[in-house]
Design a protein around this ligand. Sequence first.
Ligand code: ADP
Ligand code: TRP
Length: 331
Amino acid sequence: METVVSGIRSTGCLHLGNYFGAVGNFLKMQDDKDYHCYFFIADLHSLTTHPTPDDFKRNTNEVLIDYLACGMDPEKVVLYAQSDVPEIAQLYLLLNMIAYKGELEKVASFKDKIRKHDENVNAGLLTYPVLMAADILIHKATKVPVGKDQVQHLEMTRNFSNRFNHLYKNDFFPECFPFTFSGNPIAVPGLDGTGKMGKSDGNGIYLRDEPEVIRKKVMKAVTDSGPTQPNSKMPDSIKNIFTLLKLVSQEATVAHFEVAYNNCNIRYGDLKKQLAEDIILFTNPMREKIKSIIYDKTYQEKVLKMGAEKARESASKTLNGVREIVGMNKI
Ligand code: ADP
Ligand code: TRP
């Protein structure tokens, strides 16, 4: 059995990028007997932006509800909130001692954050990859289902685990690698003609968006005046629409619009309408499930409690192993 860990930050509800980049793989892994899965809500990671206590709690529950609505089964996987497992924070402290300022400053996501929010460059942001490494190493995971944007962070996790092993002359931590069933981590684009779909990029199509909202968002997708030469290369904005279409629509639908594009008789209005309806169809069961559990606080608390207990069992074993290696008493 291989151990699997992944999480999503509680900085907003889940969008199609989170689904196809991460959760879709979580769901397949939970049904595979070869994997022992730990999936969590990365709520400590959300503290870098100083949410109010009410927001902190609400955001954690939002991700929990979305996870459950996608079909994550707390009986099959260990599903927990990161802040309910204090062992992670302790491992994070110990890993911080072997993480260097220079390497942390070079991380692309950190440089990006500085560029966008230079008013709040805190140490939590700088050491974000260390906390992420602690999330993974606390269960000694070897496979981490994530989207393309997280690949560099996993490289850092491998650096820290190898450095720890080397420093203390052991092979306590295994190496972990990104995982997707398709072979390559994917990046789901936004429909605004820019880069990937992201919570903080204001271009998310959320699993819990109502059909009308989805239609509006998709109809606003950036397009151009259309191809004038048969079989011409697609500009990024059109390629992005097709990327989403391929994720949610039937193959025949995709083929129909590809032929139309290549023959220069594509109508972008029809393409967008089809995409919107297929996204609505795809997300319908999740919206229904969200409605059925959103007010059931007792169920939500029960799931988190059960997950925390199981996660702490594994986490405390690893932490005690590390404490012993470092020279500390077991706790
Ligand atoms: P966001 O980027 O929207 O803030 P997170 O950083 O919490 O979301 O990402 C959670 C998971 O979802 C990660 O595994 C990440 O790689 C994946 N993910 C997020 N956005 C995308 C996207 N547009 N395409 C593919 N995967 C994504
Ligand atoms: N950093 C990840 C993101 O922004 C979320 C995350 C935190 C994570 N800890 C993790 C993902 C551990 C996988 C494993 O998407």
